[in-house]
Design a protein around this ligand. Structure first.
Ligand SMILES: CCCCCCCCCCCCC[C@@H](O)CC(=O)SCCNC(=O)CCNC(=O)[C@H](O)C(C)(C)COP(=O)(O)OP(=O)(O)OC[C@H]1O[C@@H](n2cnc3c(N)ncnc32)[C@H](O)[C@@H]1OP(=O)(O)O
Length: 335
């Protein structure tokens, strides 16, 4: 038995919406089981041949595009409305409301485009500044290593630290970017990365002069900057939705040896600093007079050593997932 569905309709200047309700009692037939549904409409004016539709078990949504933009005084060519046809009040708008809806969409679109240009510009400049900073660090350290050999390991802090301070303070922006959804990444891995590095830079190296001449500074700075000279240009290309395959591969591969080595170098720095904090009592936590002593900062460092390996585990897993995701989907243009 062929049934006629209930058809609800609404229009916009460019489209017609039809909503078909497929119920067995459509138009009062009250029949059960599987049925065929059929209806025909002669539209008021010509429409385009391509039709979009989405169905669920009980309804079908159809969108038909008008051949010419405009407002129709009715849906069908014949003046008498077919019995199965009714207005879709959920989507019904009169002509002026539909016009306002279009204007609102255009306005929203403009705002979105404006925001998107600002966001891209901001990210591009941020990544460029970081790239230049870390490149300067990397090139400077490499050249000094070639010229001065082993001696260069002992004065890394004095030659490099100002630029490293600048880049790492600026890197805090990445936590905000992640937190406010400016980039599609997790807050926790970014926070671990930024807090972890800044702890080493400002507390271990920055506050202890005794650490400034240690070769460990060289290894930590070199490992940090090596990944960043690939990561930031990768993001710069990403701002324009493009990529260079080799760079992508490097960004998502070089961390595999660098990250554990980086954490190892940072751990060595923390371990080397423990006796210095013990001797100097720097940053020690004072206790009430009744107890009469203070807690050495080295206890905090021991806890930090454990956190470091936890951080390593979380970020290693995160980077591994990002790598898998990246090499699974190849949706970007390649150059
Ligand atoms: C809660 C506080 C606890 C503190 C505990 C402290 C524990 C300490 C542990 C410390 C361990 C840290 C050790 C570390 O310092 C050692 C080293 O760094 S060694 C050197 C090697 N290191 C690395 O390789 C890591 C480098 N860093 C990173 O990769 C990132 O910082 C990280 C957050 C770890 C991962 O990056 P992300 O999640 O952003 O991954 P993606 O690159 O895949 O990006 C995801 C999407 O976001 C887009 N994006 C991200 N940033 C930008 C940007 N600046 N500009 C434009 N676009 C950006 C990116 O393109 C991706 O988008 P899409 O998916 O569309 O391509």
């Amino acid at each position: 038995m062929t049934l006629t569905p209930l058809v609800y309709w609404a229009q916009r200047h460019e489209e017609i919406y039809l909503l078909l309700f497929i119920t067995s009692d459509a138009l009062g037939h009250g029949a059960k089981g599987q049925h065929e549904y059929e209806f025909s409409l002669e539209f008021f004016l010509p429409v385009k041949s391509e039709v979009r539709h989405k169905s669920t078990q009980r309804q079908v949504n159809i969108t038909v595009r008008k051949e010419q933009r405009g407002w129709w005084e009715r849906l069908t060519a014949q003046e008498r409305k077919p019995v199965f046809l009714a207005p879709d009040f959920d989507r019904w708008l009169d002509e002026s409301d539909a016009e306002m809806e279009i204007q609102e969409k255009v306005r929203q679109n403009k705002i979105f485009q404006h925001h998107s240009v600002l966001k891209t510009g901001f990210l591009f400049v941020y990544n460029l500044v970081q790239f230049l900073g870390f490149s300067w660090i990397f090139v400077n350290m490499t050249v000094r290593l070639f010229i001065f050999g082993q001696d260069s390991l002992y004065d890394t802090f004095h030659t490099i630290s100002d630029v490293m301070f600048f880049c790492q303070i600026l890197a805090s922006v990445e936590v905000l970017n992640a937190a406010f959804g400016v980039v599609r990444t997790g807050v926790i891995p970014t926070l671990i990365q930024v807090v972890g590095r800044n702890f080493i830079l400002f507390i271990i190296f920055g506050s202890l002069e005794e650490m400034h001449h240690r070769p460990v500074v060289f290894f930590v700075f070199y490992l940090w900057s090596t990944i960043e000279i690939f990561r930031y240009p990768f993001y710069m290309l990403g701002c324009f939705n493009t990529e260079w395959k080799t760079l992508t591969w490097l960004r998502y591969t070089v961390w595999i040896p660098l990250y554990p080595l980086g954490v190892l170098a940072e751990a060595v720095a923390v371990i080397q600093s423990i006796p210095i904090f013990d001797q100097t009592k720097l940053l020690s936590i004072p206790l009430p007079k009744a107890i009469g002593t203070s807690i050495s900062f080295s206890y905090v460092l021991q806890i930090y050593l454990i956190l470091m390996f936890l951080g390593l585990f979380i970020n290693f897993r995160h980077l591994y997932k990002q790598r898998k995701r990246r090499f699974r989907t190849k949706k970007r243009k390649t150059h």
